[in-house]
Design a protein around this ligand. Structure first.
Ligand code: ADP
Length: 637
């Protein structure tokens, strides 16, 4: 495959191998073993070292020079494959990875940009070595996957740039293939025209008895057939060749064809009666067909050429500079010499031609514009889709990182805190001697603070767990009535501390729901304890439940301080604490956790404050579907 110009068997120093990303993390001894398999090869600038799609047998590490990795891209089904440069490699970078991956699908073409030196390893030798040494295999595979990931990124960037390139984006579009298809129509039309001219000539002569010499016409028709063959051959060549600037090229080609046709038509008209022949209007066909492909200027130029040729023919015959062929039996013999008739014909001819050129270019120009817009839109969509995907991948990565960090940090924080808390309990319990009142007070405050920190960490952990789909994993049939009553009992003690009344209105025949008992308990307890927290001493907190059509509604109302209207839209956001939050300790995580749990159960939660006319306080309500909800949502999926 390669344009190999030299082989060298000098031992490769392991210091060199150590710098190669794929071999990082290997011991000296492992590197020595790899070095013993290496040879060195040189390549001249421009030579192809690896070819896309063919299995790479050798794994290369570039030692000197630059190598470009290329892949073939076919933009449109009917267009040739174009080579796109994915990445330019410098010294130290590996290529021929597929020699180690046992897949030639991944091979990209590698072309030397300069005279290059490359360290070469036979893929099968290195694989054999990796089989014997699993630790080495592990390190090398890790390195390979990193290189592959970065290649993929480069390929994506390269593709973006490639698509954004003007030539590819705007000219290598369906517009090109349409243009070529139209040329083919033109060629087919010419064959029909040739047959038509022969038939018309023969019919006029033999059937209608219009007398004129047919030989020159048949000679011209033969010339047309010859050049049509030449055009067909050239069109086929143009279609298969990779032309960088196809559209301008196609246009020039169409213009030349049309001009040739006009000259041939003029010659036929000349030998078939000149101005006497009504078929001079056939000029219009040529100009119309060409105007579909040509830009405005070229189309008008062609129309002018047609007018010029016909006017010259008629004019020169009128002035008797060239002989006139009379169509005997069709028109009077001196018609071509009657100035008013000749002028009228020329005027009619000229206006017909220009008007049809105007109409055709206007319509086809509009169509071309739409076609380009569609192609540009297609390109833009591709780019945007890629950007969106990249952003999405980044979001998913960050989200995973966040969950992982939360879980790790929370666990690692809890252990030392638990140790500190137990020492504090030992001190406060008097196990190491009596404490002075002031010391005891300070230690008690420490203990309370540590407990708060514990609560905060537990909430972090809750968040991480909910996101990991824990809620759904724990789901089972839950008796809502029992659950609510047990929550109320738990919080009743807290309420009693503040001389508050905790009322319940829980029907005994409430249906069951499908949910995570511990998490649902967390929701209700949280709402109830918030009620206690944000309601002054002596207030009332109410827990009610009712059955609706296909769901249950559970509400916690209080007659406390209520929620400020500005806070209402943000209350369920993470770390959001309302204006009334200062009245109690907290981190602003409780309601966001509650919301996630409810949503994991496919329910909804909301707050109203004030919730009834004339009643201060707030009403937190949430719904739960009765029975097992269809298509449970798992966070973190
Ligand atoms: P925290 O209570 O730890 O601040 P939450 O997420 O439980 O966090 O509550 C967020 C905010 O919602 C609180 O800071 C408070 O301003 C407001 N809030 C919650 N429950 C009530 C309630 N029953 N009455 C008034 N305000 C409330």
């Amino acid at each position: 495959m390669s344009a190999l110009s030299g082989l060298c068997f000098e031992m490769i120093p392991i210091q060199l191998l150590r710098k190669v990303s794929v071999f990082q993390g290997l011991t000296d001894e492992q590197l020595e073993r790899i070095a013993s398999l290496c040879t060195e090869e040189t390549y001249s600038a421009g030579s192809l070292i690896l070819k896309e799609g063919e299995p790479a047998e050798q794994f290369h590490i570039l030692r000197e020079g630059r190598v470009t990795l290329e892949m073939g891209i076919r933009m449109w089904p009917e267009r040739p494959v174009r080579q796109m440069s994915v990445e330019t490699l410098n010294a130290g970078q590996p290529f021929g990875l597929s020699a180690l991956l046992e897949s030639d699908n991944l091979t990209m073409s590698a072309r030397a940009l300069d005279n290059c030196r490359s360290i070469v390893l036979q893929g099968r030798d290195l694989l054999a070595l990796m089989e014997l040494d699993q630790a080495m295999a592990c390190e090398i595979n890790r390195g390979l996957s990193n290189v592959l990931a970065s290649r993929l990124r480069y390929a994506r960037l390269g593709l973006t740039e490639f698509l954004g390139h003007r030539q590819v984006a705007r000219e290598e579009t369906p517009e090109e293939s349409t243009a070529i298809r139209r040329i083919q129509y033109g060629i087919n039309f010419r064959w029909i025209a040739i047959v038509g001219v022969v038939l018309i000539t023969a019919t006029a002569n033999m059937v209608f008895g219009i007398r004129f010499s047919t030989l020159p016409i048949f000679i011209i028709v033969s010339i047309i057939a010859l050049y049509n063959l030449a055009f067909r051959w050239y069109t086929e060549r143009m279609e298969s060749a990779e032309a960088p600037n196809l559209i301008p090229h196609v246009r020039r080609y169409v213009w030349i064809q049309s001009a040739t046709d006009l000259v041939a038509t003029t010659a036929i008209i000349h030998y078939a009666g000149g101005v006497e022949n009504p078929l001079f209007l056939y000029y219009v066909f040529h100009v119309t067909l060409a105007s579909i492909i040509l830009p405005y200027r070229s189309a008008y130029l062609l129309a002018t050429l047609a007018v010029g040729l016909f006017t010259s023919l008629v004019g020169l015959e009128y002035l008797q500079v060239i002989p006139h062929v009379h169509l005997q039996g069709l028109v009077p013999p001196d018609l071509y010499l009657q100035a008013p008739y000749v002028v009228a014909i020329l005027f009619g001819f000229g206006t017909t031609l220009y008007i049809s050129t105007y109409l055709t270019t206007a319509v086809s120009g509009e169509l071309r514009k739409r076609q380009r817009e569609t192609a540009a839109l297609h390109d833009r969509l591709l780019l945007e889709a890629e950007e969106l995907q990249r952003a999405n991948e980044e979001l998913v990565r960050l989200d995973r990182l966040k969950t992982y960090f939360l879980a790790m940090a929370s666990h690692d924080l809890k252990t030392p805190l638990a140790a500190v808390q137990s020492y504090l309990q030992v001190l406060l319990g008097g196990f190491v001697g009596d404490l002075e009142a002031e010391h005891r007070r300070m230690l008690e405050r420490c203990s309370v603070r540590i407990q708060e920190l514990f609560d905060l960490i537990n909430r972090f952990l809750d968040l991480a767990q909910i996101e990991k789909g824990k809620v759904v994993e724990e789901m089972d049939v839950v008796s809502v009535q029992e659950l609510l009553n047990s929550c109320a009992e738990e919080v009743r003690v807290l309420a009693a501390d503040k001389s508050q009344e905790l009322r319940t209105d829980i029907p005994a025949d409430l249906p069951t729901v499908y949910g995570s008992p511990s998490h649902l308990k967390q929701v209700v307890t949280n709402l109830l304890s918030n009620g206690v927290k944000y309601t002054p001493n002596g207030g009332t907190i109410t827990l009610c439940a009712r059955e609706l059509d296909d769901q249950l509604e559970i509400e916690v109302c209080d007659n406390g301080m209520g929620v400020d209207p500005d806070d209402l839209p943000h209350l369920f956001e993470q770390f959001y604490r309302g204006k009334g939050g200062d009245a109690a300790h907290g981190a602003g995580l409780g309601l966001s956790i509650v919301k996630r749990i409810v949503e994991a159960h496919q329910g909804q939660i909301w707050v109203e404050s004030p919730y009834a006319d004339g009643k201060p306080g707030s009403r937190f309500a949430f719904t739960l579907p009765k029975g097992k909800p269809a298509g449970l949502k798992i966070f973190g999926d």
